[in-house]
Design a protein around this ligand. Structure first.
Ligand code: NCD
Length: 355
């Protein structure tokens, strides 16, 4: 039984195979109409979602399976104080596979280690979102015909934007990738992504606050919303919320084959006037989400394999101080850390530097 907690759980060959299956599903949906007959997907969404939950459900229905689940924490026993691990153990008795979204970082890892069925991370706080990444990769592949030799700009909330963290992680394994990080100072990419992904894989990257200046050089522009729900202070959110608004004048010097992506929901960061530009790919991206999740469900239901390892060491005096980490609200979880190549200890659940 295999789970998908973060993108490195899959090799590049496996990701490429998923993309190929998703493309085949787009061309021949009838051939997959009974592929998951009598199988059940549980969607456990402790946090709001439109695309991710509904695309998972649509994917399972298209495969001939059925779905059950909840779409808000207050509709589940979490509201009574049940732990993520106990919920995962319980749902393992009713379903064949789980897709779970949770506001705390590391929650999906905890669920997968307790469940006896595959768990798919549909977003854990501001940490990662591997199925959005698979969606993004399928979209890029279909729009550009390749996943290598691309200059990719990420714009907006790079600190809390989990889709950004996972997509950078995935792209760093392809050849010829260059990254431009466009954000206000307060919302820069977390250290662990910069050090453990970009620097470790030698991906060239630059940081800037200037969207307009960066656009003409890009092959892909990945816009993101400012993640209101993850801010400690409302004032800070209000100050930063309109940091970037992509409109047609800003695209004046963009490449004619620029591919504009956005995981959605859009709040204000792409003007609706851009929607009719052929370079706006974000609604085609939504459709890709259903097909790649069909391919993913089929793969995980068909595979044996080990549960994700919750391996780390407990280090005396070391704590994770990240208030968004699952260990901050589920105190019975052991505090475990992993030493990175540059000697830093990171929490195994949220990857924040421990001290
Ligand atoms: C993203 C998410 O939930 O992280 N949405 C999605 O899954 N398509 C992006 C966001 O909420 O801003």
């Amino acid at each position: 039984m295999r789970s998908l907690i973060d993108i490195p759980d899959f090799s590049v060959a496996e990701i490429d195979a998923l993309i190929a299956t998703a493309c085949d599903m787009m061309d021949h949906p009838d051939q997959y109409a009974e592929a998951c007959k009598r199988k059940k997907l549980a969607t456990l969404f402790f946090e709001p979602s439109t695309r991710t939950r509904l695309s998972f459900e649509a994917a399972m229905l298209e495969l001939g399976g059925s779905v059950l689940g909840f779409s808000a924490a207050n509709n589940s026993s979490a509201a009574k104080g049940e732990s993520v691990a106990d919920t995962a153990r319980t749902v393992s008795c009713y379903a064949d596979i789980i897709a779970m979204r949770h506001p705390k970082e590391g929650a999906a890892l905890v669920a997968a280690s307790a469940a006896s069925i595959p768990v798919i991370n549909a977003g854990d706080g501001g940490h990662c979102h591997p199925t959005q990444t698979l969606t993004d990769l399928l979209t890029i592949y279909r729009e550009k015909g390749r996943l290598n030799n691309l200059k990719v700009g990420f714009c907006g909330d790079l600190k809390f934007g989990r889709t950004v963290h996972s997509l950078i992680n995935a792209l760093s394994r392809y050849e010829g990738i260059e990254i431009v990080l466009i954000s206000p100072d307060e919302l820069k990419l977390p250290d662990y992504v910069k050090q453990d992904t970009l620097e470790k894989s030698g991906i060239p990257y630059t940081e800037t606050a200037d969207l307009e200046g960066a656009i003409p050089t890009l092959d892909i522009l990945y816009m993101t919303r400012i993640q209101q729900e993850r801010f400690a202070s409302r004032e800070e959110y209000l100050r930063l919320k309109d940091s970037y608004i992509l409109d047609l004048p800003k695209l004046a010097d963009a490449k004619s084959d620029l591919c504009i992506l956005h995981p959605l929901p859009r709040v204000n960061e792409i003007s609706v006037a851009v929607d009719n530009d052929p370079r706006a790919c974000y609604f085609r991206q939504v459709l890709c989400g259903k097909y790649i999740r069909m391919a993913l469900i089929l793969k995980l239901l068909g595979e044996d394999g080990a549960k994700p390892a919750v391996d780390g060491e407990s280090v005396e005096g070391l704590c994770c101080h990240n208030p968004h980490c699952i260990t901050s609200c589920e105190q019975e979880l052991p505090a475990l850390f992993k030493k990175t190549d540059n000697g830093v200890f990171r929490c195994i659940y949220c990857e924040t530097k421990a001290n």
